[in-house]
Design a protein around this ligand. Sequence first.
Ligand code: 5GP
Length: 195
Amino acid sequence: MKKEREASALILILSAPSGAGKTTLCQKLAERNPHLYFSVSYTTRLPRPEEKDGHDYFFISREEFLKKIKGNFFAEWAEVHGALYGTSGDSLNKAIKNSQDVVLNIDVQGALQIKKKYPEAVSVFIVSPVFGDLKERLKKRKTETGEDIEKRLRHAKKEIAQSGQYDYKITNRKLEEALGELEEKITFEKSKPNR
Ligand code: 5GP
C-alpha cells in the first residue's frame, strides 16, 4: 500500500508592535491549540519580574549572544529596542523534521529572514486598532520607562509601515475575535494540498 506523505510542519510567524496584545493572544492560542510548539527565543534583554528563563526567553549576555551568532546558532536574529533577540536554528529544524507546527514570536526583521530561508512559512501581523491605544497599553503595563515607551512606539510605527509584507494582518479589537481569526488562518494554511 502506498505510504501517505507526512504533512509538513507549519511555520507560523507572529509579529506585533509592543502592546498590541500579542502576549495574551499567544497564551490563549497555546491553551486552545496544544499541538502548537512556541519557540523560545534567546535575548540579551533583562527578564521582567514575572518572566522565567527557559520559558519566556533564554536570557543570555551580549557576549554569549555574539558567540552564538559567530557559530551560526541562529536561524534569524535582530536588534530590537537596543537588545539582541534570536531563534535557535537547531530547535526550528528539529520541529520541522518532526512535522511539529511551530510558532515564532519575532519582529519584522526576523520575519523577513525566516521567509527568505523558509518561503513556506506563514506570516501574520497583529495590529492594535489605534496607535493611541498602543501607548495606553504600554503605560498600563508599567514594565517600561517613559523613554523605553517612546523607543517602542517609534519601532512600532516602523513595523506597521512594513506590515504589508506579511501574508495576513489581523486587527486585535477583541481578543476572542482576533484569536478566532488567527485559528481560521492556521486551519486554512494546514488544509492546503501542498502541505
Ligand atoms: P519583548 O522585549 O517585548 O519581549 O520583545 C520585543 C520584540 O522582540 C517583539 O517585537 C518580539 O516579537 C521581538 N522578538 C522576540 N524574540 C525574537 C527573536 O527571536 N527574533 C526576533 N527577530 N525578534 C524577536
